[in-house]
Design a protein around this ligand. Structure first.
Ligand code: DAH
Length: 343
């Protein structure tokens, strides 16, 4: 009798184990088969009556134990089926989750977002334009003379044989689009990818990223530009950062300047990074040339504006000392993972 009880328990366990994806109906079928009034366990009870008196205790205990085990196993199966879990216990909901390793954001994205964030606080909003552009938006409207060297095939990627269609060489084309599309006041920041026909090396690439800012309104002055630049530099590189503006030339601004910041590595004392000068160049800027305003339908007698443009790779290099520009586009995960903590 005892071995019969043991065999029945083994059969029940085997039946449960054989169920690949048990349902509540499977559990119910097993309950009926084993535990109902006419079930196999109840049948054992019948047999129990004829067990000799001296064995009754042991057999009775064994039957009770089987009843408990079977009830428990069938109830577990029913619960598991209701939660959609396999009987084999494939999923343990009480286990601590094992976290999938997080990806990292690209350093250029981190820096782009930081730049945008700083300008947003000054009331600038993001504007974007196409990477495939035409000559008018990239050059002509921005006061490039017809023989300006930047129009040369050396610098610009043209698309097909049409000299009118090209990959933008700077995000200044978005200035034009914004001025054409809306009336002043205009306060925009334009991040994006730009292309130039350059040989690829550690210091140059045929594509890179820029952020352009443009502010056009009544009475915008060079002092507004200077204060905006100082705010940006100190937010980006720390409150002790100083700025210096050097006269420069861009066709679309007059006057034009290049901005240096005091070297944030040596604090301006002079080191190998700033080549002993204490200053590092970071961007170009100036007052929007009246010709540019005019070509975009804005009256330069009524409005004035400032613009600035910077390379995101350049700013990223200053912040993180990336030595080779090519690292930014090679997608080496070892490089990208170095920026895990920078989020
Ligand atoms: N477009 C210039 C370049 O690609 C950068 C620049 C300089 C943008 C001066 C400006 C600016 O808006 O005012 O080198």
């Amino acid at each position: 009798m005892i071995s019969k009880i043991e065999q029945l328990e083994a059969e029940l366990k085997a039946e449960i184990a054989a169920l690949e994806s048990p349902t509540a109906a499977d559990a119910e079928a097993l309950r009926i088969k084993y535990l109902s009034k006419k079930g196999l366990v109840s049948a054992l009870m019948e047999e129990f009556r004829s067990v000799p008196a001296e064995q009754k205790r042991a057999v009775g205990q064994a039957i009770n134990a089987l009843k408990t085990t079977a009830t428990q196993a069938i109830n577990d199966l029913k619960e598991a089926a209701e939660c959609g879990i396999g009987a084999s216990g494939g999923l343990d909901l009480t286990r601590t989750a094992s976290f999938a390793p997080m990806g990292t954001r690209h350093p250029l994205s981190l820096v782009r977002e930081e730049i945008i964030d700083i300008f947003r606080r000054l009331g600038f909003s993001v504007a974007e334009g196409p990477e495939i552009e035409d000559d008018w938006h990239v050059f002509e409207s921005l006061n490039f003379a017809a023989d300006h060297p930047a129009r040369d095939m050396q610098d610009t990627f043209f698309i097909g044989r049409n000299p009118e269609v090209l990959l933008r060489t700077h995000t200044s084309s978005v200035q034009t689009r914004a001025m054409m599309a809306s009336k002043p006041p205009i306060r925009i920041i334009c991040p994006g990818r730009v292309y130039r026909n350059e040989a690829i090396s550690a210091r140059a690439h045929c594509f890179f990223h820029q952020v352009e800012a443009l502010y056009v309104d009544k009475n915008v002055t060079f002092a507004d530009l200077r204060q905006t630049l100082l705010y940006f530099a100190q937010e980006m590189f720390g409150p002790k950062t100083e700025i210096r503006l050097r006269p420069s030339y861009f066709p679309f601004t007059e006057p034009s300047a290049e901005m240096d910041i005091s070297c944030h590595l040596c604090g301006g004392k002079g080191c190998s990074f700033c080549k002993g000068t204490g200053w590092v160049e970071i961007l170009g800027c100036g007052m929007v040339d009246p010709n540019v305003l005019k070509s975009c339908g804005i009256d330069p007698e009524e409005y004035s504006g400032f613009a600035l443009g910077m390379g995101i790779e350049r700013i990223t290099n200053l912040k993180y000392q990336v030595k080779d520009l090519r690292m930014f586009s090679e997608n080496d995960v070892r490089f990208l993972r170095e920026f895990t903590a920078a989020h």
